[in-house]
Design a protein around this ligand. Structure first.
Ligand code: ZN
Length: 164
């Protein structure tokens, strides 16, 4: 869990797969100072001025790690549903998005990316705690604590794939 609020400066310095210029240009979430930090396993948001961009920032043992991702709007019909790879929440397919993260370092500069389906609004932490509405039946019966632990483990795996 994040718990301790992150500062704008910490966030902008955390990105491992962006150039310094790109990191500077990142737009923070709207109402940044009112975020429910105590309920966040990671801070995730879509760029308010560039909606095809998203960001995940996680507090890890090694420090604060930020991952920039991009997505394309999906034209898939709403009758299908899909699962978020990080928190396993079931959504209409239009509410889950395939995000691509450029890999860190040389691999990223050569065009290598890691692709993952994630809740389109990057609000996994709120869904697993029942803090954001869902209109798709959920097969999940685990407690929010168990789901948060699993989310953190999958997030760590995702971060490691980007860093590898
Ligand atoms: Zn999710």
């Amino acid at each position: 869990m994040i718990v301790e609020p992150l500062t704008a400066d910490e966030i902008k310095r955390s990105f491992v797969n962006s150039t310094k210029g790109q990191a500077k240009a990142i737009n923070l979430p709207t109402r940044f100072t009112e975020l429910p930090w105590e309920s966040l396993d990671y801070l995730g948001w879509r760029d308010p001025k560039a909606p095809n961009r998203g960001y995940l920032v996680v507090r890890r043992d090694a420090g604060v790690t930020g991952i920039a991702v991009t997505t394309q709007a999906s034209g898939a019909p709403r009758r299908f549903s899909g699962l978020c790879d990080l928190c396993n929440t079931a959504h209409h397919v239009s509410d889950v998005a395939l995000f691509a993260a450029r890999r860190a370092g040389t691999a990223g500069r050569e065009g290598n990316t890691v692709g993952t389906y994630i809740c389109a609004d990057l609000a996994c932490s709120l869904y697993i705690r029942g803090l954001r509405e869902l209109d798709v039946p959920q097969g999940e019966t685990a407690s929010p604590e168990e789901r948060a632990a699993r989310l953190s483990a999958r997030l760590e795996g995702f971060v490691n794939r980007v860093l590898a």
